[in-house]
Design a protein around this ligand. Structure first.
Ligand SMILES: C[S@@+](CC[C@H](N)C(=O)[O-])C[C@H]1O[C@@H](n2cnc3c(N)ncnc32)[C@H](O)[C@@H]1O
Length: 187
């Protein structure tokens, strides 16, 4: 797919940290550009569960309006400290060191990027974190050509629920032949 080669400065900092740490599960640029595109339509507070090296937060920041706030939580305190350092001059990104649930105090969110596996399995928990019309992006699925979706030879009942829950309008999107994500908007 076609995309400019330039990367926003904040994203570059996070990618540099990923490389320095040998952190291989950072958000890919295709997903990041999607996050930025969605963030551009949002106001209020945007959140990310699972900061990693800050790549997702940086893409959200790059697309969001100047008035928006981005909060992100990372369980690994040492990693959270590194990300706080690289974003120390970016007032609208707040990196919280701790479990994702420490972000509940900042809800409701207009956009939520869920990058902690366990949280993706609780639709009710995610729904409670969103404001009216809030969008959630769930990362890291392996595409399935079947319905219901199959993962490792079994029906992926959680993915099936995400794509059929009547509280949301939801779609699974291919990021590349081997990776997909779900975007769901609270009605
Ligand atoms: C896939 S990586 C995140 C990548 C990141 N979102 C990005 O955009 O590059 C998942 C991260 O979630 C963190 N994590 C795992 N369990 C967590 C929890 N309960 N609360 C907060 N962070 C958690 C891991 O330490 C890891 O850094």
């Amino acid at each position: 797919m076609s995309a400019p080669t330039e990367i926003p400065d904040v994203v570059r900092r996070a990618l540099d940290l990923s490389r320095d740490r040998g952190f291989i599960t950072s958000t890919r640029n295709e997903t990041g550009r999607l996050l930025a595109t969605l963030a551009a339509s949002r106001t209020g507070t945007l959140a990310e569960l699972g900061t990693g090296c800050g790549v997702g937060a940086a893409w959200l920041y790059s697309g969001a309006p100047g008035s928006a706030r981005i909060v992100t939580a990372e369980l690994d305190a040492n990693l959270a400290e590194d990300v706080q350092r690289i974003f120390s001059d970016v007032d609208s990104i707040e990196v919280v060191s701790g479990d994702w649930s420490s972000l509940e105090q900042y809800a409701p969110f207009s956009l939520l990027f869920v990058d902690v596996k366990d949280v993706k399995e609780s639709i009710d928990t995610v729904a409670d974190l969103l404001g009216a019309g809030g969008i959630v992006v769930l990362d890291d699925y392996v595409p399935s050509a079947f319905w219901p979706p199959i993962t490792e030879g079994r029906v992926d009942t959680v993915r099936e629920q995400w794509l059929t829950d009547t509280r949301f309008a939801a779609v699974e999107m291919l990021i590349d032949p081997y990776a997909s994500l779900i975007i769901a908007t609270l009605r």
